[in-house]
Design a protein around this ligand. Structure first.
Ligand SMILES: [Zn+2]
Length: 330
């Protein structure tokens, strides 16, 4: 079971080729869920009669470093890779089970359960970022069949990439240019501008601010920042970690009130890569749903998939107002 990463010389980004994943488990019956605790006569991925939060390596990883593999040169710095460059798809993919309850969701967790998940994200981010085969760690959750989730049990994933992801590389580029031209940090200024404007702020707390970005790509999209700029999850203070749980659970519950059924969503932590401008990066979480109205999904069609040019049918100010009031979308 190996994968490779290939370089797209026109876009300047790496693509993971993991053809072995075609055979992965797809929507098993509830009584065959591999993420439930093990029971009499039934051994799941988690060999314990119960658990609070469980983390283990994905059985169908997109990225994996075989035992004994030597280091591979980083592709994020130095000379451009060649036109047909490829490398082993080293790294690691982990699964984080949020709860032993098969039918729960993250929004159902208590504050203390959410705090345990937060601790797992922090521990794994620190451990994975220390590996020589890892450049960037991404903790995320896909929720809902509409997103392509193949297991409905409440769980998230952690990808430890052997390269700086294209999205982060692009952001670091704009942040670097802004520093050169303005002498300031772009993340700081965006957060200050959103707070000053206020029309897209969804919720504010002592340590965290959640807003719909001015140029939101998705129908309902929220960015959640700590007020204090830190590069990654392990840099959060105990007070910031604790308050995050309340703010995030509140946001997820607001998302779940938007439609007649729980919102399918993608939620992910953007963390600084190991070797690139860590002092400039601002840890934040991005949460968005691809549902734009009850029964209607936003598809990445021609303009988005073909050109990367997003068209959003919901005004960000309206999305923010709906989420701020905690009401259903109309
Ligand atoms: Zn389950």
């Amino acid at each position: 079971m190996t994968s490779e990463v290939r370089y797209d010389p026109l876009l300047g980004e790496w693509v993971i080729i993991a053809s072995h994943r075609q055979d992965r488990t797809y929507l098993p019956a509830a009584d065959h869920c591999p993420l439930d605790p093990s029971g009499p006569g039934r051994l799941t991925e988690i060999p314990a009669p119960s658990y609070e939060v469980a983390v283990f390596e994905n059985r169908f990883p997109s990225l994996v470093t075989p035992p004994g593999a030597g280091p591979v040169a980083a592709g994020s710095a130095g000379a451009e890779p060649g036109l047909l460059a490829s490398r082993p798809g080293h790294g690691r993919c982990e699964v984080v089970c949020f709860s032993p309850e098969h039918s729960a969701s993250f929004a159902d967790l208590t504050h203390d359960q959410a705090a345990l998940v937060m601790s797992a994200w922090i521990d794994r981010s620190a451990a994975l970022a220390a590996r020589p085969d890892v450049e960037q760690v991404f903790c995320f959750e896909n929720r809902g069949r509409e997103i392509g989730v193949t297991l409905s049990h409440p769980h998230g994933q952690i990808y430890a990439y052997p390269f700086v992801t294209p999205r982060t590389a692009r952001v670091l580029g704009t942040v670097g240019r802004y520093r050169l031209e303005q002498g300031r940090n772009l993340f700081d200024d965006v957060l200050a501008a959103e707070l000053a404007d206020g029309s897209r702020v969804v919720t504010e707390a002592e340590h965290w601010v959640a807003f719909v970005p001015h140029a939101a790509h998705w129908p309902y999209e929220v960015h959640l920042y700590p007020r204090r700029r830190v590069p990654d999850l392990p840099a959060l203070s105990a007070a910031e970690q604790d308050e995050f749980c309340d703010v995030y659970l509140d946001l997820l519950r607001r998302f779940d009130r938007l439609f007649d059924t729980p919102a399918p969503y993608i939620s992910g932590w953007h963390q600084a890569p190991r070797h690139a401008a860590r002092e400039e990066f601002a840890l934040h979480l991005e949460l968005f749903t691809i549902r734009r109205a009850p029964g209607k999904l936003k598809y990445l069609a021609g303009s988005e998939s073909g050109m990367g040019a997003f068209a959003n049918d919901i005004a960000p100010e309206r999305a923010a107002a709906t989420l701020r009031r905690g009401e259903a979308a109309r």
